[in-house]
Write a protein that binds this ligand. Structure first.
Ligand SMILES: Nc1ncnc2c1ncn2[C@@H]1O[C@H](COP(=O)(O)OP(=O)(O)O)[C@@H](O)[C@H]1O
Ligand SMILES: [Mg+2]
Length: 310
């Protein structure tokens, strides 16, 4: 089957800055795919190239088999992009905006589908409101609607839930999941790693313009070195030999970073020798967040137990 998106050796510079540095990526039809990475990694640049809005310096990109440069119109028709930046014409209403977008694709009678999108994105009662009087979260929903007017087989969403409240995020994902079940390929970037973890089959991590990991969420989490344990002890002083393992402490609960499960024996022995009893022991479940931190070396949330201690 033709891949939904094929990216081959894409390079892009902005002056001296190498924004993309030889990106290879193939996304299959029907995938729910996440493109993750720290700010400035090159995600938006890559999406702009896929959308034909920016040209790569070298390399080749195809959407459903259509080259985004030489076969621009067909590639564009296969694709719906929700841009990261809020761009819109303030003088049009929501419905007018969507009708114009339909016209751009040569769709004249698109009202039924527009009504359905408005309904699913909870915009129906805003259909005749001018864009300029919508809140930021609602404008973003219109951007999502705009990307879907021509029912493209491939939908790319660049931070679609930034600044959108939790309830709307859930409604949006419900709708996007439905599209995915109907066979649409979905590619998203998001700051909320728990969203990517819950929704996506496969993940690519981009860092400084290179793909540093490409795998299923499950394999990325499994590939994390070592493990974290949380211990509550009968003494609040840890034996000196265990101090280097400390990854965090909250009152009488220590978090220790082990290189492997086998190191647990060494921990037990050291505690026994020091006459300290274990009151509680928990393995810490690691997730995509930890895989992200481990791979990119960049912390994302202050409050999460960081695996960078490994
Ligand atoms: N039009 C531009 N001109 C100059 N530099 C740019 C431009 N667009 C992006 N960059 C730079 O390219 C790098 C990648 O940016 P971007 O693709 O927006 O990253 P991300 O979306 O992953 O946060 C950043 O260092 C950014 O500052
Ligand atoms: Mg971006």
């Amino acid at each position: 089957m033709t891949p939904a998106i094929e990216i081959h050796q894409v390079h892009k510079r902005f002056g001296a800055l190498r924004a993309l540095n030889g990106v290879d990526l193939e996304i299959g039809q029907g995938e729910f795919f996440a493109l993750l990475g720290p700010n400035g990694a090159g995600k938006t640049t890559l999406i702009s190239i896929v959308a034909g809005l920016t040209f790569a310096d070298s390399g080749c990109v195809k959407v459903m088999g259509h080259d985004v440069v030489v076969d621009y119109r067909d590639a564009r028709r296969m694709l719906g992009v929700v841009p990261q930046e809020l761009v819109f014409d303030p003088f049009f209403t929501v419905r007018e905006t969507l009708a114009f977008q339909s016209g751009y694709y040569g769709l004249k009678k698109n009202d039924d589908w527009i009504d359905e999108i408005l309904h699913h994105l909870d915009l129906a009662d805003r259909a005749d409101t001018n864009m300029r009087s919508l809140s930021g979260g609602m404008k973003r929903r219109v951007l999502v609607a705009q990307a879907l007017v021509h029912q493209p087989p491939v939908v790319v969403l660049d931070e679609p839930t930034a600044g959108v409240d939790v309830e709307m995020r859930q409604a949006l994902w419900h709708f996007i999941k439905r599209l995915n079940r109907k066979g649409h390929t979905i590619v998203l970037t998001t700051h909320y790693l728990e969203e990517a973890e819950a929704l996506c089959n496969r993940v690519a991590m981009l860092k400084a313009g290179r793909i540093i990991a490409l795998d299923s969420v499950r394999n990325l989490v499994r590939s994390l070195p070592g493990c974290l344990i949380r211990l509550r002890l009968s003494s609040d002083a840890l034996p000196p030999s265990l101090q280097p393992l400390v990854a965090g402490r909250e009152d009488d609960v220590y978090t220790l970073a082990l290189e492997a499960y086998a190191q647990l024996e060494q921990v037990m022995a050291a505690l026994r020798e020091a006459g300290i009893r274990i009151l509680d022991l928990q393995m810490v479940q690691q997730g995509l967040e930890d895989a992200f931190v481990n791979l990119t070396g960049q912390a994302r949330q202050q409050e999460s137990v960081s695996a960078s201690a490994f």
